[in-house]
Design a protein around this ligand. Structure first.
Ligand code: ZN
Length: 439
């Protein structure tokens, strides 16, 4: 018989504290019914006074790098980082080597995730063969595979051909899939290094203009409307993009949108030190863009926070700006950044955090057993957070890469425990596994 956990005095969604009993993979009792189990031999009692209980976080945007770049991250290391960050499910992007554009590759990633056991891994399928943007990949075969793919993306690259994008949007309707677009008009961003604006002009770095993102988002919203399909816009980074998504929603278009922690927390001013830690795609934008993203997330225009966790090896990051890879890690710090930018500023409640980091991502990805209410009989995919804690961010904990842009900064919040179907993957802030060491 497996261990049962009694969380004493936890505050579900930041509401009134109560006792919560986890048994047999589900929330088995709440309140006085749960407290009765306190003296049972097989019950581990955790003092959760002052802690917030949320549904386990669900990331729609994780790069796990396996297969192909295991020097930067593996499914095992990346999912352990996810558990430490409070996640119980991640969607693994398709830009691996080989590309996840067949049933064989997505099943391989899915199995690696299952065997690692830290979080549920839902592979994202490539939209086009080899991410080349020309021919549609085997979307139906990936949907029918053991990995049951529902999210399709060429992320890292934009599906820029409007005919290919239209076909993809039409095709995924057959299995209730969604196309997740990396919106970047390629001709407008050739050789681009950072946001096109005052800072890029001062630094003499080639600019990535806001219009290159906004033009693709506007086009794709109209395509989604035209064919009656679902569109998810990855890493929205500009104020104009927020306006376009707001307009599309007001028109009834079935579009959802994501913001990343780094776009909520950082601006292009970071580039002034020429530290490639702050080189990312789409780039960090202006303070006005950051404000528009925060307002959009608070009012529901932006639906989700996705990490775009993009680990890179030292040789790909410790070099001059122009030669460095785009990307930042995020799984271990996303919740803290959202707390700092949205909760501690009074713009969102913990229930809102649960919505944008768990409930809505699970719905978009069609993941039935995640992002659920904290109620008797529901799967015990949960995270306990200490919102009063503060910590200086380490370059990495479980991730194999150190390119976290918040490293060395103090952030609020600490993940105390994470539960995957009632089993603790994190306890007292440390990852728990029978086969690997603690971190
Ligand atoms: Zn991307």
């Amino acid at each position: 018989m497996s261990v049962r956990y009694l969380l004493r005095g936890a505050a579900p969604l930041g509401d009134e504290p109560t006792d919560v009993l986890l048994a047999d993979g589900v929330v088995s009792a709440l309140g006085a019914d749960a407290a009765q189990a306190a003296d049972d031999e097989d019950v581990v009692v955790l003092d959760a006074t002052g802690l917030v209980l949320l549904p386990g976080l669900v990331d729609l945007h994780t790069h796990l790098r396996e297969p192909g770049r295991e020097d930067a991250e593996t499914v095992r290391s990346g999912t352990r980082a996810a558990a430490l960050g409070g996640y119980t499910a991640v969607h693994a992007m398709a830009n691996t080597s080989p590309v996840a554009d067949t049933a064989g590759v997505v099943e391989q990633v899915w199995r690696l995730g299952r065997d690692a056991g830290w979080v549920d891994v839902h592979p994202v399928g490539a939209v086009t063969v080899g991410l080349a943007g020309e021919r549609l990949a085997e979307l139906a075969a990936m949907a029918d595979s053991a990995a049951r793919v529902r999210v399709f993306s060429d992320d890292g690259k934009c599906v820029d051909d409007p005919v290919v994008m239209r076909r993809a949007l039409e095709y995924v309707k057959a299995f209730d899939g969604v196309v997740a677009q990396h919106a970047q008009e390629p001709r407008l961003t050739e050789n681009a290094q950072m946001h096109e604006g005052v800072v890029s002009a001062e630094l003499g770095l080639a600019g990535w203009p806001a219009v290159a993102e906004e033009a693709i988002i506007a086009r794709d919203c109209l395509l989604a409307e035209h064919v009656g399909s679902r569109l998810h816009v990855l890493h929205v980074s500009t104020a104009g993009s927020v306006e376009i998504v707001r307009w599309a929603k007001s028109r009834g278009i079935d579009v959802t949108a994501e913001a990343t922690p780094h776009h909520l927390g950082l601006t292009d001013d970071e580039a002034r030190g020429y530290d490639p830690l702050f080189k990312v795609n789409p780039p960090l934008r202006t303070a006005a863009d950051v404000e528009a993203l925060r307002a959009g997330l608070a009012d529901g225009t932006i639906d989700t926070v996705g990490t775009d966790h993009a680990p890179h090896s030292r040789e790909d990051k410790d070099c001059e700006w122009a030669a460095a890879a785009f990307g930042m890690t995020g799984l271990e710090t996303a919740l803290s950044v959202v707390q700092a930018t949205m909760v501690d500023t009074g713009r969102m409640t913990w229930a809102d955090v649960a919505r944008v980091m768990s409930v809505t991502p699970a719905r978009i990805g069609r993941v039935a057993d995640q992002g659920r209410p904290i109620a008797v009989g529901e799967p015990a995919n949960l995270v306990l957070v200490d919102p009063r804690a503060r910590r200086v961010v380490e370059p990495r904990r479980a991730s194999q890469s150190e390119n976290n842009p918040f490293r060395g900064r103090e952030l609020p919040g600490r993940v105390v425990a994470t539960f995957l179907r009632g089993r603790a993957t994190v306890l007292d802030g440390r990852s728990v596994d029978a086969t690997t060491e603690e971190v």
